[in-house]
Design a protein around this ligand. Sequence first.
Ligand code: NAD
Ligand code: LMR
Length: 327
Amino acid sequence: MKAPIHVAVTGAAGQIGYSLLFRIASGHLLGPDQPVVLRLIEIEPGMKALEGVVMELQDCAFPLLKGIVPTCDLNEGFDQASWALLVGSVPRKAGMERKDLLGINGKIFTSQGKAIQENAASDIRTLVVGNPCNTNCLIAMNNALDIPKERWFAMTRLDENRAKSQLAIKAGVDVDSVKNLAIWGNHSSTMYPNYFDATIDGNSVPSVITDEAWFTEDFIPTVQQRGAAIIKARGLSSAASAANAAIDTVRSITTPTASDDCFSVAIHSNGEYGIEKGLIYSYPMKSDGQKLSIVEGLEINAFSSEKIKATEAELSEEKSMVSDLLP
Ligand code: NAD
Ligand code: LMR
C-alpha cells in the first residue's frame, strides 16, 4: 500500500467542492491505488455545512480515503499537502466579468500563498480554480516565492473541454475524436480556443469543418461565454463540469500526454510565444508524467496572433489591478 497523499481543497463546502471531493476520495484524481488524506478548508461560516460534507464522505466508506481534516485554519489545512486545489472564493453573478471579482477574491490568495509555502509538503503543486483564476494564481505564487514557479497552475481545462464538445457536435463525431485543442491566455471572455492546431480523427479542424464563419460567429463566442450562459440558465455558476475539469487537469499534469494530443493549463510564462514574462497564461501543454513542457514551434497565423495578444493584454491589465497584493 502506498503512503497517502495529502490533498488540500479550499471552499470545500461549496458547489464545486461537493462535486470534487467524492471523486478525489474514490481515486479519480491520483489513481485507483493511491490513498489520500483530504484537508478541507473553509471559512468560519462554511464550517457547519462542511460538517455535513464530512459525514457524507465518511458514509461513502471509500477504501482510499485515509483521513479527513476539516478546518478553517490555513496552516492546518495546507500542512503536508502535495496538492492544493484553491477553489474557495466568491463566484460571479449574471452581468459580471470574472475580473470584477478581483477586489473581493484577490486578497484571499495572499494569505493562502503564504500558508502553502509555510506548511505544505516539499513537492506541493497548486491548481487555482477560484476566479479570476489566472490572476489569483499570480497573487498566490508571488506570495510564496520559495516554491518553484512551475508548480503553480490556473484552470483553463473547462474551456478546453467545452471547446472540444462544440467541435464534436458541429462535426458529428464523438468528443474523443477531437485532439490537440488548446486554450490560450486567460480564463475569461478573451480566452482563445485555437482550433487551427486541433484535429478531428487526425485531420486538421478547418479541413473537417469548412464553415469558416461558424468559427468566428459561433464557436469562439460560445466557448468564451459558456460560463456566463450557465450562470444565466442555472442561476449558479458551473460546478460539476468545473470539478471534472479540475480532475482532468491534475490527471493531465501527472500522466504522460499522448503524442497526438496536448492539454490546456495556465502556467507561469517565461515569455514563450512572445507573451509577457511573469503572467499566468494558458498554453498548449504536454507532460511526460513528471515534467511539463509548452508545445513548441507552432505556427501562429495573423488571426491567432491577434487573439493571443488580446488575452495577454487583459492579463497584463489584471496584473496591474492587483499590484498591491504582489510583494
Ligand atoms: P460556492 O459559493 O458554491 O462555494 C465557494 C465556497 O468557498 C463557499 O463554501 C465559501 O464559504 C468558501 N470560501 C469563500 N472564501 C473562502 C476562503 N477565503 N477560504 C476558504 N473557503 C472560502 O462557489 P463555487 O461554485 O464552488 O465556485 C468557487 C469558485 O470557482 C468561484 O470563484 C467560481 O467563479 C470559480 N470557478 C472557476 C472555474 C474555472 O474554470 N476556473 C469554473 C467554475 C467556477
Ligand atoms: C465558468 O467558466 O463556468 C466559471 O469560471 C464560472 C464563471 O464565472 O463563468
